[in-house]
Design a protein. Structure first.
Length: 67
């Protein structure tokens, strides 16, 4: 899953999951998971990414997300 959250923040919000930088066209971070049920463990990450899309001024790395 790709998000607009920075890699560092994504690692904090999705502890225990593999997080990498995503291609710029898809956001800032990419999180790997094995099962849809694991999305519940990433609830804070999903909410944070949606907050960034809704209000880009909350982004910590200074990049404006494209939607």
């Amino acid at each position: 899953m790709c998000t607009h959250v920075s890699v560092e923040e994504a690692r904090s919000l999705a502890a225990g999951f593999e997080v990498q930088e995503s291609p710029a066209a898809f956001g800032n971070s990419r999180v790997y998971f094995d099962d849809v049920a694991q999305l519940w463990a990433m609830k804070a990450l999903v909410i944070r990414s949606l907050e960034i899309v809704k209000n880009p001024s909350t982004i910590s790395d200074g990049q404006t997300p494209t939607v």
